[in-house]
Design a protein around this ligand. Structure first.
Ligand code: GLV
Length: 333
């Protein structure tokens, strides 16, 4: 369904909304019912030149994290643009400062994806520590096997293992609730917390202490200048021997080459990654390691959750074009 026009195109091109990629069916049905012309891309991310052409003259655009919204995009869209709604909570694909200089409102989709993302993060924690994917590959391989007391040993997370949450926001707290229910000890690092204080049974600690204490480090911070390569060679070296790293946030938070070295040397026992530095490219060297669980950026991919994200993006455009603030604005820096 590439380049489809929805809605009442007879109203003319004034106030057109461009949707970069096909959304969920209920969200598409809402767009089709608008008394406003809507153009829509297909299921795959649009080529850059196609996106820039399609956005020309739009009053609103709905984009996903695969589309870069920068000065070039905003120039191509032109002065009629009033709102950019991202179908994602993270908005590192959008130059918010540039948008706000041009009085373009930016909105994202926080809140609606916390539980789904925490569920998937926890699935990744279990998968990597109990070697679920590796054992599945082995079981399918046809290799002869028998039950054995040392077969596929992993980490007993319920026997007092410590989870280190990096970023105690909505998603970090939702992951912490799951870990506490599993009997883990949970510590968190977040510049907004006071080390030594306890928040809902989560103990706040300083960054070096989190790295030294955690058996599993799980990342829940946005990608921005302050968090780019937060997990670098020095941070990896400060982690416990045999610890695990879980990243369902953004690839750029981790120095992937340093992670590879830490995994290869056996310093880390494993990693579970839903996001990658050069996404969608995955470093082939990561693929060679049995200790790594790889996911194609699907932590929020619950069907209901994805519909809520799409509908929230539609709400945000509807509201801004009606002269109201979006439900979930991204603050101008
Ligand atoms: C997904 O990665 C999101 O930011 O919503």
């Amino acid at each position: 369904m590439s380049g489809q026009m929805l809605g009442d195109a007879a109203l003319g091109a004034d106030g057109i909304v461009h949707v970069a990629r096909r959304l969920t069916e209920p969200a598409m049905a809402r767009l089709a019912a608008w008394r406003r012309p809507v153009s829509c891309g297909g299921d795959e991310p649009p080529a850059r030149d196609q996106l820039l052409r399609a956005a020309r003259g739009a009053a609103g655009v709905i984009v996903t994290l695969t589309e870069r919204v920068d000065a070039e995009f905003l120039d191509a869209a032109g002065p009629a643009l009033r709102v950019v709604a991202n179908v994602a909570v993270g908005y590192d694909n959008i130059d918010v400062a540039e948008a706000s200089r041009r009085a373009v409102v930016v909105a994202n989709t926080p809140g609606v994806l916390d539980e789904a993302t925490a569920d998937h993060t926890f699935a990744m924690i279990l998968a990597v520590t109990r070697r679920v994917v590796e054992a599945d590959r082995f079981a399918r391989s046809g290799t002869p096997w028998m039950w054995g007391p040392r077969l596929f040993l992993g980490l007993d997370i319920s026997a007092g293992a410590t989870l280190g949450i990096v970023g105690h926001g909505r998603i970090g707290r939702a992951v912490a609730r799951r870990a506490l229910a599993f009997g883990m000890r949970v510590v968190a690092y977040d510049p907004r917390l006071r080390p030594g204080q306890t928040y809902d049974a989560v103990q706040a600690v300083a960054w070096p202490d989190l790295l030294a204490l955690a058996d599993v480090v799980s990342l829940h911070v946005p990608l921005m200048d302050a968090t780019r390569h937060l997990v670098d060679a020095a941070a990896l070296a400060a982690m416990k021997d045999g610890a695990y790293l879980v990243n369902a946030a953004r690839g750029g938070i981790v120095d992937e080459l340093a992670l590879l070295a830490a995994l290869r040397s056996g310093r880390l026992a494993g990693a579970a990654l839903d996001t990658f530095e050069g996404e969608p490219r995955i470093n082939p060297e990561l693929m060679e390691l049995d200790s790594v669980v790889l996911q194609p950026h699907i932590a929020s991919a619950g069907a209901v959750t994805r519909d809520r994200m799409c509908q929230l993006a539609v709400d945000n455009v509807e509201r801004v074009l009606a002269g109201e603030p979006p439900l979930t604005p991204v603050p101008a820096p």
